[in-house]
Write a protein that binds this ligand. Structure first.
Ligand code: ADP
Length: 244
């Protein structure tokens, strides 16, 4: 019985080690191949941009712009995959710098307002309005907000309103994004933070990686991201993180 126990323990130990090695190899392959995609895509992106600038023929320009939009989508997907692979390999570090958080948020909001204007959507800012100088990880906060705001714009109908609300309780910042879009079906609400999940009835483009990535980044910051509420009159996401 003792020998059998030793053999079994050895067997389990060995199979655990094999599984870990396989996971590591898979993760490395995934990260390497994603990196390899970047160079050829950059080689397509550069000349396309130049051709778009130089071309006057509207018919050719339309085709070039379609190619450009496809390339941009591919780059976005690759960047998301690289970010996930960094998280999986625990290669993501918190990188804080000192600045005005409110000013930074307004810059992000303005960038999205330009895109939202194409659908006649207004993004309004509410809450803390004075400067708030502190240390924060601009890159991660930007990625999280880019995802929430681009989803809000993407899923909302024309001429609606999106509200960005910033509140502070002691050293906790709560940022919420509320839209007047179609809402998320109840059965989908528990799945939207799963990788590659996309609601079945959407005609919008996407990868299903944005929300899971944003949630993981918010947790790396020591905070959280959740769907506060969603119904036929809209959705509200809230992102909370501690201030240094
Ligand atoms: P993507 O937007 O690329 O599909 P996400 O992970 O960002 O991926 O979102 C997952 C899914 O959650 C979306 O496909 C959509 O069904 C739903 N969703 C996210 N944000 C909203 C929103 N503001 N309004 C309605 N549905 C949303």
């Amino acid at each position: 019985a003792f020998i059998l126990l030793i053999v079994l323990l050895f067997y389990f130990y060995q199979s655990k080690k094999n599984k870990e090695a396989l996971e590591a190899a898979k993760s490395k392959f995934f990260s390497n191949i994603t990196h390899e995609f970047r160079t050829p895509i950059a080689l397509i992106q550069g000349p396309l941009e130049e051709l778009c600038k130089k071309n006057q023929d509207p018919e050719i320009l339309k085709k070039l712009e379609t190619a450009q939009s496809g390339t941009n989508e591919l780059i976005h997907l690759i960047n998301q995959l690289l970010e996930i692979s960094k998280i999986e390999n625990q290669k993501i570090e918190i990188n804080e710098s000192y600045g005005d958080l409110i000013e930074f948020l307004k810059q992000i909001q303005n960038k999205h307002q330009d895109i939202a204007a194409q659908k006649d959507i207004k993004i309004e800012y509410e809450g803390l309005d004075q400067s708030l100088y502190c240390y924060f990880d601009a890159d991660k906060i930007q990625k999280i907000l880019d995802n929430l705001l681009s989803n809000a714009v993407k899923f909302s109908s024309n001429r609606s309103k999106i509200t960005v609300l910033l509140e502070r309780t002691d050293d906790i910042i709560n940022l919420s994004i509320t839209d007047e879009g179609p809402g998320i079906p109840e059965e989908a609400q528990s799945k939207i933070f799963d990788r590659f999940y996309r609601s079945e009835n959407t005609s919008q483009k996407g990868t299903g990686l944005g929300l899971p990535l944003a949630k993981e980044l918010s947790q790396i910051l020591g905070g959280n991201l959740k769907l506060e509420k969603s119904n036929a009159s809209g959705s509200k996401f809230s992102f909370t993180f501690p201030l240094e």
